[in-house]
Design a protein around this ligand. Structure first.
Ligand SMILES: [Zn+2]
Length: 329
């Protein structure tokens, strides 16, 4: 249907936000269909209720920055807590309401100044994701991750139980709903904070860092909630962002490399059941921690990949920096 006609029609909500924001919804829908046809997502976009829209976007028109932490949207002035100065040219402004009804404003920018190039250290490492240790490096360092959800599971379950007993539409229910949402937000904040710090630390330390991309769906089926709580995929995308920012080489290798089963000294393979924590080679007698051996193989696979094919990952285009910050709905 024609947009202008919708906006001038009977339903007032089409006019609640600016014309560009309505256009942006169409853009999202278009991207959704594109991703569906490209096979990136399994389900086609579906209809959504109006109240499900938690965010809207603004392009050049429709907003004006009137100072630090001050913005004018649709003729009205708003103040917000600005966490840091905006660098680059603002392309898209996203206004989003979270489950606690707090409003967040995100600026997606173009022409972001050249990243801060970290001084070369001459060090490379392979990194193996695991459930016992979040990351094991080929330097034999093992990094444990916090499990914020696990730590709050009892509280969360209790809050959810209380919530389920409250009458729908009641005030008590709404306040319980906020309680549950508060736990979820805290969990996400703790996890994100830790991941950002860890990613930065690692990419400051190593010029080249090799990760094995994971078959997450398979892992989730095998291990359940814990995989989600650790958030491997989220960590990897933060690490990629940080690699671009610090101008480091982050290499991703295929999950079907037999990194765990192969002796990193002589290359001989053996079966490695999940509970076997030590790799003992039947060929050369090499003995090492299971994940340390694997992370060496991951590092080697990354080196082979880099010396073989020309790289296309880490030093990607600048605008990739932007997409990392503009989350979807
Ligand atoms: Zn061996």
């Amino acid at each position: 249907m024609h947009l202008a006609r919708l906006r001038n029609g009977r339903r007032a909500h089409w006019k609640a936000v600016g014309s560009q924001s309505v256009q942006a919804i169409i853009d999202r829908l278009y991207l959704g269909w594109e991703a569906f046809f490209a096979g990136d997502i399994k389900r086609p976009p579906t209809f959504r209720k109006r109240r499900k829209y938690r965010s809207f976007t603004l392009k050049q028109a429709g907003y004006k920055i009137v100072g630090h932490g001050r913005i004018k949207i649709l003729g009205r002035n708003y103040r917000f807590n600005q966490s840091r100065p905006v660098s680059g040219v603002i392309k898209i402004v996203t206004v989003r309401r979270d489950a606690l009804r707090d409003i967040h404003i995100t600026f997606s920018c173009d022409q972001v100044p050249q990243p801060e190039q970290a001084p070369k250290t001459g060090l490379s490492a392979g990194a193996d994701f695991g459930l016992k240790d979040f990351l094991t490096l080929s330097t034999a360092e093992r990094i444990a991750a916090p499990q914020p959800l696990k730590a709050r599971l009892r509280r969360l379950r209790k809050a959810q139980r209380v919530l389920s007993r409250k009458q729908k539409g009641s005030k008590a229910r709404e306040s319980e709903r906020l309680d549950v949402a508060r736990v979820h937000r805290k969990v996400a904040n703790v996890r994100n904070d830790w991941q950002w710090k860890q990613a930065r630390m690692l990419l400051l330390t190593f010029d080249m860092l090799v990760f094995e991309t994971l078959n997450l769906r398979g892992m989730q089926q095998l291990w359940g909630r814990k995989v989600g709580d650790l958030g491997f995929a989220d960590f990897l995308s933060k690490a990629e962002w940080m690699a671009k920012k610090l101008v480091r080489d982050l290499v991703k290798i295929d999950p079907w490399e037999p990194s765990t089963q192969t002796c990193r000294v002589c290359g001989r393979r053996r079966e490695m059941p999940l509970n076997m924590r030590t790799f003992e080679c039947h060929g050369c007698g090499h003995v090492e921690h299971r994940d340390v051996n694997a992370s060496h193989n991951i590092l080697e696979a990354g080196r082979r990949l880099r010396s073989g094919a020309s790289s296309k990952t880490a030093h990607g285009r600048q605008d990739a920096l932007v997409t990392a910050e503009s989350h979807a709905l």
